[in-house]
Write a protein that binds this ligand. Structure first.
Ligand code: PRP
Ligand code: URA
Length: 203
């Protein structure tokens, strides 16, 4: 997404000198700004409203049911920002970590709202690197009946976008930036480092 505010804020968190507090705040701000584009196809319906001048028929959101699904840990950093604009959304959690040498993800926790089959799901994770975690998260959601899924990240590698598109061509991918490549350690270059560690001040 090439919106100037998003690009500006992404540059702030790419800086290795950006500390935990600012990193957290800005990740949420970017996620909030991204909702503007992610929600572009939300359906509207007519509603009659009475202004001080009289009755008029106007548009309102057609009662869309949304669930935000952060991939733990780093996806948690985007949830509050998205909830600022979609405050009634439910939140499901999916826990996943990547093996440091094989980059294979392991699922360790899943807790979903019971009606995910009838909700539009926003799977959120700041980083789409090899795509393994996103693919496994979408697999887990589809296995539980999910039908409409969008994947929202801050930084993606071309390898991850391709892998996710190939395995799940039906889901829309939104990213604030498409970076150059993955390095030999499976990190996105230039990227922003380890998003989970930077959000939570670990390592
Ligand atoms: C990071 C990131 C993604 C995943 C991306 O999580 O938040 O979930 O790696 O890599 P992939 O596309 O190659 O699967 P990590 O496993 O480091 O866990 P964390 O969020 O707990 O730090
Ligand atoms: N996970 C991260 O947090 N950063 C990367 O660059 C790749 C995977």
């Amino acid at each position: 997404m090439d919106h100037p505010l998003i690009q500006h804020k992404l540059t702030i968190i790419r800086d290795k000198n950006c500390g935990t507090k600012e990193f957290r705040e800005v990740v949420n701000e970017i996620a909030e700004l991204m909702v503007y584009d992610v929600s572009r196809d939300f359906a509207l319906e007519d509603v009659v409203v009475e202004t001080p001048m009289g009755k008029t028929t106007q548009k309102t959101l057609a009662g869309k049911k949304i669930a935000i699904i952060p991939i733990l840990r780093a996806g948690l950093g985007m949830v509050d920002g998205i909830l600022e604009l979609l405050p009634a959304a439910k939140v499901g959690h999916i826990g996943m970590y990547r093996d440091e040498t094989t980059f294979q993800p392991t699922e360790y926790f899943v807790k979903m709202p019971e009606d995910i089959a009838s909700r539009d799901l926003l799977v959120v994770d700041p980083m789409l690197a090899t795509g393994g975690s996103a693919i496994m998260a979408v697999d887990a959601l589809k296995k539980r009946g999910a039908k409409t899924i969008k994947f929202v990240c801050l930084v993606a590698a071309p390898e991850g976008v391709e892998a996710l598109r190939e395995k799940h061509p039906d889901i829309d991918i939104y990213t604030a930036a498409l970076d150059d490549r993955l390095n030999e350690d499976g990190y996105i270059v230039p990227g922003l480092g380890d998003a989970g560690d930077r959000l939570f001040g670990t390592k």
